[in-house]
Design a protein around this ligand. Structure first.
Ligand code: 1HE
Length: 261
């Protein structure tokens, strides 16, 4: 693990890999070395687990870019650093297994960008979200202009960056930036529960959800519908789909239950 494994703890819970950002004394601020540790852990999880959860040790999820390193960087090094974040976060967003983020405390700047790369965000009531790049004189560089803008809309993202406003978990849920709000101390358990549910899906379907949906969103309607037909047909061809459909038809698979049912 290239000497970086202490920065991200790794544990398996059944089929789910639990990745813990482990630099609490710096509020899990992401240094260059930390990006590589995240990469190593994501690569390991992608080969060993069926789903993953990312959480932060200490009281905060992640304070974003390590500003102490960034201030020293020459221009081209900063560009390469940002591109490395893109590659690592892309492996989270469009890899082979789905990830869930469990957010407590700050999800700020690059911390919010990291959470935005996961398929689902679970936030505790104490969580807060900000994009203080305007105040710091920098710009998002970890994929936020694409991922966060798509989650909450470019106008709201611009509002956060321009004004430095800080949103609580409930407001961020209303804005579409998180999917679940839970009590303090409960995010990891809920995230593992959701990841476990995803781990029970057909692997190819999970892969198609992660990889086809964002690409189809980038396409024209015509191209998107065509691509959808191709992906849908491929999914149906897998032995796993054939078995699961047979199980349903022979009444061995769970039905869809009405909420509260
Ligand atoms: C850091 C960082 C950091 C904390 N880089 N060292 N991100 C920010 O602008 C957020 C800056 N951080 C904060 O606003 C606060 O630290 C928190 C709200 C996250 C947490 O507050 P608190 O009171 O719990 O902790 P603290 O006392 O502020 O910080 C503890 C230590 O962590 C302290 O160092 P110490 O040596 O004085 O103990 C802080 O300096 C250090 N620390 N955050 C470096 N970010 C790919 S582009 C992405 C662009 C961005 O991410 S911009 C947003 C950057």
């Amino acid at each position: 693990m290239s000497g970086t494994d202490d920065l991200v703890t790794y544990e398996m819970r059944g089929d789910v890999a639990l990745l813990g950002l482990n630099r609490p004394e710096k509020r899990n601020a992401i240094s260059d070395r930390f990006v590589e540790a995240i990469h190593d852990a994501v690569t390991r999880a992608s080969s060993e687990a069926k789903a993953g959860v990312i959480h932060g040790h200490g009281t905060h999820f992640c304070a974003g870019l390590d500003l102490s390193e960034h201030s020293e960087k020459p221009l081209f090094e900063a560009v390469k650093g940002s591109r490395r974040w893109h590659a690592v976060f892309d492996a989270i967003e469009r890899g082979t297994i789905p990830f869930v983020s469990a957010i407590s405390g700050a999800a700020v700047g690059g911390g919010f960008e990291l959470a935005a790369a996961t398929a689902i965000r679970v936030a505790e009531t104490n969580a807060f979200f900000a994009l203080p790049e305007g105040q710091r004189g920098i710009f998002v560089g970890g994929g936020g202009s694409v991922r966060i803008a798509r989650l909450i809309g470019p106008a709201r993202m611009g509002d956060m960056m321009l004004t430095g406003r800080v949103l609580d978990a409930v407001t961020m849920e209303a804005w579409g930036g998180v999917s679940y709000v839970v009590e303090t101390g409960e995010a990891v358990d809920r995230a593992v529960e959701l990841a476990d549910r995803m781990a029970g899906n057909a692997e190819f379907t999970n892969y198609a959800i992660l990889n086809a949906l964002p690409r189809i969103a980038d396409m024209s309607s015509e191209d998107g519908l065509f691509t959808e037909s191709m992906v849908a047909s491929l999914a149906t061809m897998t032995p796993e789909a054939k078995q699961r459909l047979k199980d349903f038809l022979e009444k061995r698979a769970a039905k869809v239950e009405a909420p509260g049912g």
